[in-house]
Design a protein around this ligand. Structure first.
Ligand code: SAM
Length: 246
């Protein structure tokens, strides 16, 4: 019986590929993935929601300025203002969030690394942002010797950076994923995973977009067997902060 079911499965799969469904069903791919990820996101909310943390779910109003409330909340709750840390931001644009963290962590041995093409998104994102959107035009200027920017595609710059920079140094990691794209976020998570230890902090800036940062985190957690705990959220999980559990 088992063998019979297996034969049927293999045959159906073969026929499906032989029919070349991509020629006439491709239009279903994105909505189907979106549908899948909306369900997953809803499940994620139920699983990760915590009592007694900053969390405005459900709110009708989205206010991007609330992310500073979130930063401030975790800064105080986790003592991140004084801690010796490596702050890594993937997706800097004009440096708004990056500068906030440089200004609010005062430890002299902290280091701040900001990665970006500074020439905009490397691919289209959703319906509204085309490749090249968010072109910063120039690298932001920052008057703090602890901070540096690394210009280029993450996929080109991160491998060399990791070879040159000793991140296995015991410092607390604060990693801010603000690249919007699924590909960029998943790539960053995968490359930096080995440096993430329990107690480290990860931030996402467009988390509740189902096919982008959320999907990347889901793929990452499932594939790398890592676990994070929600410690703060604003704008219905648009911006979130998590702590590494394992
Ligand atoms: C939303 S913006 C960052 C906003 C910024 N953190 C702030 O506070 O205003 C997203 C940035 O990610 C960058 N980005 C996305 N994918 C990238 C990649 N693979 N390599 C380099 N930069 C990337 C884009 O160039 C863009 O500047």
């Amino acid at each position: 019986m088992k063998q019979f079911v297996k034969t049927i499965q293999v045959t159906i799969k073969g026929i499906l590929y032989w029919l070349r469904p991509h020629l006439y069903l491709s239009f279903l791919s994105k909505p189907a993935l979106l549908f899948h990820n909306v369900i997953q996101m809803s499940k994620w909310i139920q699983k990760n929601k915590q009592a007694n943390i900053l969390d405005d779910f459900f709110t009708f109003k989205r206010d991007h300025q609330k992310r500073y409330e979130l930063y401030d909340y975790i800064l105080k709750a986790k003592g991140l203002d004084q801690v010796e840390c490596d702050y890594i931001e993937l997706g800097v644009y004009q440096g708004q969030s990056f500068k906030w963290w440089v200004e609010h962590n005062t430890h002299p041995n902290s280091r701040f690394y900001g990665f970006d093409t500074f020439e905009g998104l490397p691919e289209d994102w959703g319906l509204h942002f085309k490749k090249g959107s968010m072109n910063a035009v120039s690298i932001p200027s920052i008057q703090d010797e602890r901070a540096q920017f690394i210009k280029g595609l993450f996929q080109d710059t991160i491998p060399g950076f990791l070879q040159e920079t000793p991140l296995n140094n015991g410092k607390r990691k604060i990693i801010h994923f603000d690249a919007d794209l699924f590909s960029s976020t998943l790539y960053g998570l995968g490359m930096l995973s080995v440096y993430l230890k329990p107690g480290d902090i990860v931030l996402f800036d467009e988390f509740n977009v189902p096919n982008s940062e959320f999907y990347a985190l889901k793929m990452f957690e499932d594939s790398y067997y890592r676990e994070f705990k929600l410690i703060a959220a604003v704008n219905n999980y648009y911006q979130i902060a998590m702590e590494v559990v394992k």
